[in-house]
Design a protein around this ligand. Structure first.
Ligand code: MF3
Ligand code: CO
Ligand code: CO
Length: 270
């Protein structure tokens, strides 16, 4: 019998129970582990379709389910967004070139819980400006996560991200946002990556959602290609994205999709 009555805030945001954090942590850990494992398969000459095939295999071998295969007709276990592709890039035969930067986004379902995370990779060595973009985008996500605590609002998260990105003369994509998740893939609220302090719903313990800023070197405008999925920058400038799934705790948040091996942030040179 279902004794755990689902609780919704006045904004329609579900509040999960303390026990639910463990389910999310398990799903998040698998998604993160897949992104760790895929790193060695990203190199010049590799196709994004082959990367997706490997991800599909990893999801299967873990006994999990891909949340994206069959989602609104999407047919792949990942979105792979190269260079000026902002998000929802479809894996295919095209081969990566040296210097390409790419986001790989994976969502898995484990025991009914959704783990959604993405991060940036580079085929070969990035240009200096691409490296800066990746760095700023990663750090912008971290600014958002720092603002994710009870008492703050969703506007505080968006503002922290926007302030940081724009202080580096980069722009925040407005056309796509983060989302509530948990036992479902996409739920209220829309988590905007820009905003004004103190606006929007107040954060409460038990809220589960993603933060997934897309940051452009040029202007923020995007357009969706004829395939109805691929979103690109209108000005063809480079775009980057990082995504974590988090849960609000009594005094901050738990990040469900941390890399167990410290590979979330790409390291260069060495
Ligand atoms: N994982 C994406 C997100 O962060 C959604 C991908 S939906 C797909 O919300 F169908 F394009 F895969
Ligand atoms: Co997401
Ligand atoms: Co995602």
């Amino acid at each position: 019998m279902e004794t755990n009555k689902a609780h919704l805030t006045k904004d329609g945001i579900r509040l999960y129970q303390p026990d639910d954090f463990a389910g999310m942590a398990k799903a998040g850990a698998l998604a993160a582990q897949i992104l760790d494992s895929i790193a060695e398969h990203v190199f010049p000459g590799q196709s994004t379709g082959e990367i997706d095939r490997l991800i599909t295999q990893m999801v299967d071998e873990a006994g999990a389910t891909s949340a994206t295969i069959g989602y609104k007709g999407y047919q792949h276990a990942s979105c792979i967004s190269v260079n000026h592709v902002v998000c929802h890039g479809i894996p295919g035969d095209k081969k990566l070139k040296s210097g390409d930067i790419l986001n790989i986004d994976v969502t898995v379902i484990v025991d009914g819980w959704f783990g959604d995370t993405s991060r940036m990779y580079v085929a070969g060595a990035p240009s200096r400006k691409a490296e800066r973009l990746i760095e700023v985008t990663h750090d912008a996500l971290m600014k958002g996560i720092e603002a994710a605590k009870p008492g703050n609002t969703f506007g505080d998260i968006g503002h922290a991200i926007q302030l940081f990105a724009e202080s580096h003369r980069m722009s925040v994509v407005r056309d796509f946002c983060g989302h509530g998740l948990g036992r479902v893939f996409h739920a209220p609220p829309n988590v905007l990556h820009y905003g004004r302090p103190g606006t929007g719903a107040r954060l409460e313990e038990g809220m589960f959602f993603t933060i997934e800023p897309m940051i452009n070197l040029g202007r923020p405008e995007t357009k969706v290609l004829a395939d109805d999925w691929t979103a690109v920058t209108r000005d063809k400038s480079l775009s980057a994205q990082f995504e974590h799934s988090i849960g609000i705790t009594a005094d901050g948040c738990e990040v469900f999709t941390l890399s167990q091996t410290g590979k979330f942030h790409p390291t260069y040179g060495v």
